[in-house]
Design a protein around this ligand. Structure first.
Ligand code: ZN
Length: 406
């Protein structure tokens, strides 16, 4: 008889046995692999040696032939159960703040939420709920088990309450008019299960839903392979997200893309029962082809960066990466030459500064430090921030060559 470890290990070596979490179709062959990447890109380490020893896992991407869903067939849910010192807040960027403000105002207007109650699953420190209250909602209640380790007093205002627990059907407030869930679905082992439990909690009442996830169509089209990270088990498109909501019994009002095409957003409600979309199955074949094309291009992309960083290291040019988010962390881990070529990562978020990147163990510094470091090359993982970063560098008197990862 196999031990639990051996069973898990055997499963990992046979990713084809891992079926689609939505339609249960047996996994086909993988179209792209990233081996030994950090399990948690956004967990930062105070000690360099511990950063280097951080847990790693494989990303083996398959596209479901039944429904077109893209997921990591080598995903081991037990590896991601507990994330210490999780730091994934996007709202330090001004561009993101503007996006969140406009989104909140739009939701309030479209769903008539002035004076109403909104709930958020995976609310983090409550930033977006505060935006919703500012835009007109009367109360926001959020669920996030990662808030358990924080000092709650800093997070609870008069109108925003954070429950430091995972969402469960029974802990939703008696009255709620909108359920928000941003950048959570892609982490879950059972995404359909979450939707089904919300559907059950809503029951016969009227409620709207707003979900937001990374836009996989954009990732594939722009060959942004750094967006495939271990923490994300599933990868959604407008088509597969719409089909999931329909499958769970929601009426899809709209699917859209936003934030420079990097997010997929869906708005749904309970106004009528919908059958699971058959369109998704027709789209699945096309999606498989798109994925295979991406796999080839992504391998070439990796090789090109390996070569380029090798040249920088050989010529003694100093390289810094601006942005210690998932993309930057995946980049310095996925390209072996980064170990020698990249001097540091910088990030605006003060909670990241002074810490070390999981896996590659690069230091993360405050952007101001670039004035003394005077790098020759600054790599920008997210092209959306190129202008913002370019302006900051000029202010500091840093004349570096800017390169974006896209
Ligand atoms: Zn499927």
């Amino acid at each position: 008889m196999m031990t639990e470890y051996e069973t898990r290990h055997a499963e990992k070596d046979q990713p084809s046995s891992s079926a689609c979490p939505v339609c249960n179709t047996k996994a086909g062959s993988a179209f792209f692999d990233l081996r030994h990447v950090p399990v948690f890109c956004n967990v930062l380490w105070v000690e360099k040696t511990r950063a280097a020893g951080a847990a790693k896992g494989d990303v083996k991407l398959v596209c479901c032939e039944g429904c077109g869903l893209i997921y990591n067939a080598a995903f081991d849910a037990s590896k991601v159960e507990y994330a210490p010192d999780y730091e994934n807040a996007l709202h330090f960027s001004q561009r993101f703040q503007i996006f969140a403000e406009q989104l909140a105002e739009g939701l309030i207007e479209r769903h008539g939420l002035t004076g109403k109650t909104v709930a958020e699953i995976g609310c983090g420190d409550g930033y977006f709920l505060k935006q919703m209250v500012k835009a007109g909602a009367c109360k926001g209640i959020g669920f996030d088990p990662s808030m358990e380790r924080h000092d709650k007093r800093g997070f609870v205002g008069e109108s925003v309450e954070i429950v430091p627990k995972a969402f469960q059907t029974g802990n939703l407030p008696t009255h709620f008019d909108l359920v928000i869930c941003r950048h959570v679905l892609e982490h879950l082992r059972d995404p359909l299960g979450l939707l089904a439990s919300i559907r059950e909690a809503v029951g016969k009442r009227q409620s709207a839903l707003y979900f937001e996830v990374p836009n996989t169509t954009w990732i594939l089209e722009s060959c942004s392979l750094w967006d495939f990270i271990y923490e994300h088990y599933t990868y959604w498109t407008r088509s597969t997200l719409g089909a999931l909501f329909a499958r769970a019994g929601f009426h899809v009002l709209e699917t859209a893309t936003g934030f420079g095409n990097q997010f997929v957003m869906i708005e749904a409600d309970t106004s009528e029962h919908a059958e699971a979309s058959v369109r998704a199955e027709a789209d699945a074949k096309e999606q498989v082809t798109v994925c295979q094309r991406f796999g080839k291009a992504a391998k070439r992309h990796l090789d090109r960066w390996q070569h380029e960083l090798g040249v920088f290291a050989g010529s003694g040019r100093k390289v810094a990466v601006w942005g210690a988010g998932s993309k930057g962390v995946t980049f310095v881990n996925a390209v072996p030459a980064a170990l020698e070529a990249v001097a540091c990562l910088v990030d605006l978020n003060p909670r990241k500064q002074g810490k070390f990147v999981a896996g590659s163990a690069h230091p993360i510094l405050a952007p101001e430090r670039l004035a003394e470091l005077q790098p020759d090359v600054v790599i920008i993982p997210n092209a959306l921030y190129e202008q913002e970063i370019g302006a900051e560098l000029s202010k500091m008197g840093v004349e570096a060559e800017l390169k974006t990862l896209q």
